[in-house]
Design a protein around this ligand. Structure first.
Ligand code: UD1
Length: 422
């Protein structure tokens, strides 16, 4: 077990490159195994544990997949097994995509119910209903999704609420279905568009990704393709918020600034100066952030994945901020840990954090419960006086690569240490 040891109180300064997007990498990696011929070359793959777990699953199902640096090569002619290794699938939220893939390629699937972050019940009912609409027989037993089909057929499907996972899963399955699938009320996240771009390069026919209606014309075969993943707007946002929290001046490059607008617009309201080029964003944070109001929403609203980081940064703002979470019902668990560091906040009615900025935080041992909560505690540790230990950092490694190296490069005092908790 490892922990981060952080010496707080340093201002972050400098420039940092941003990795490929985790939430684009996961569906694109799965979609690459739709190809019955040819090799896919996926570039800019972030080397975190979620991506590696997914590759382990694909290999167990008969695909060949090799990393060379950040490039992943996949061949899936021999994809044939239908039972995903239980432990790896159960660790990952994105393992649900394997069900869509296997139904399309093999006609049956047994995939453990997904894990991922502890941020709410995170049901899979939309996925199950969507795949059933495409003609699969779907049940849940033995802790797994069991699905079978004689052949997927296109259908019209209305997604109850905008769901990134359901949208990607349906796009993957419908690409090889017979006939046309229409997804109404799909997610409009940039990662959905990136998956559509890749499917199109593979010979798929996907229209409308990024709008409120996606139309997928099924084709009988897909082939391998080359694709460079879009940059990770959540990782970029993490560094911008870490800079905002430490009165820093930080440039994130290799980003798509437009994807960061929901955050940078808020940071500007909080008093930060934001400068943008074609592929970089620079933040110059004020001595103390001004308090703001924010509400998480599907893209292009404020991303739920940055909510814990925003709350951490606002815990030293000059006044009272209000942050409402509308995407997940249980995403404030980490605030108990922020309180250990001296933050002053109240959760009202389960979905709203009222954050009263304090003059100082002070270091303490805290525990990461999921990727973004963990990153938020690191940001709080960077602001706190004295030493903070963030325990259970394996959660952070699921979604960030070289997190501590990148922060150190910006001047943070952070290192991995053994977790000797008693
Ligand atoms: C993805 C992202 C995650 C991000 C989230 C919202 C990946 C691997 N993860 O998660 O980082 O926080 O989008 O932007 O891409 N829901 C149901 N039933 C379902 C599916 C979803 O009720 O079958 C609900 C969820 O509980 C949630 C909402 O729909 O309240 C949106 O969830 P969704 O967009 O599906 O999240 P994920 O795809 O799991």
């Amino acid at each position: 077990m490892t922990a981060y040891q952080i010496g707080g109180g340093r201002r972050l300064e400098g420039a940092v490159p941003v990795s490929g997007a985790k939430n684009a990498a996961l569906p694109v990696i799965v979609a690459s195994a739709l190809a019955a011929e040819g090799e896919s070359v996926i570039e800019n793959v972030p080397l975190h544990t979620d991506a590696r777990d997914l590759v382990t699953i694909l290999k167990a199902l008969g695909a060949q997949a090799e990393f060379s640096g950040k490039v992943l090569r996949v061949r899936a002619e021999r994809l044939g097994a239908h039972v995903a290794p239980y432990a790896a699938a159960a660790r990952l939220r994105a393992s649900t995509y394997i069900t869509g893939l296997l139904l399309a390629r093999v006609g049956q699937a047994e995939v453990a119910l997904p894990g991922g972050d502890a941020i709410g019940a995170r049901p899979v009912d939309f996925h199950l209903r969507g795949l059933a609409a495409l003609g699969a027989h779907v049940t849940v037993a033995r802790g797994a999704i069991l699905a079978k089909t004689q052949g997927l057929r296109g259908a019209r499907f209305f997604v109850d609420r905008q769901s990134v996972g359901t949208t990607c899963n349906m796009m993957i399955a419908a690409s090889l279905a017979e006939g046309v699938t229409v997804l109404e009320n799909p997610a409009q996240e940039p990662e959905v568009i990136d998956l559509a771009t890749f499917l199109t390069a593979m010979g798929g026919r996907v229209h409308g990704a990024g709008t409120n209606l996606i139309r997928i014309e099924g084709v009988s075969r897909l082939h391998g393709a080359r694709h460079e993943l879009i940059p990770d707007r959540i990782e970029a946002g993490t560094f911008l918020l870490a800079a905002a929290a430490t009165q820093g001046v930080v440039t994130v490059h290799a980003v798509i600034p437009e994807h960061l607008r929901p955050l940078t617009a808020k940071l500007a309201l909080a008093g930060a100066r934001i400068r943008t080029t074609a592929d970089s964003v620079t933040i110059e944070a004020p001595r103390r952030l001004s308090p703001i109001e924010a509400r998480t929403e599907p893209y292009p609203g404020f991303p739920t994945d940055l909510q814990p980081l925003l709350v951490a940064a606002l815990s030293r703002a000059d006044g009272v901020s209000v942050v409402e979470e509308t995407v997940f019902e249980n995403r404030f668990g980490y605030t108990n840990e922020l309180v250990r560091l001296g933050a002053l906040l109240r959760i009202v009615g389960q979905d709203t954090a009222v954050v009263t900025g304090v003059d100082r935080l002070s270091g303490a041992p805290v525990t990461a419960a999921d990727i973004r909560a963990g990153a938020a505690l690191v940001v709080a540790g960077l602001m706190a006086e004295g030493t903070t230990h963030v325990l259970d950092v394996q959660h952070i490694a699921r979604g960030y690569e070289q997190f501590e190296d990148k922060l150190r490069h910006l001047g943070a005092e952070i290192r991995l240490v053994r977790d000797d908790r008693t």
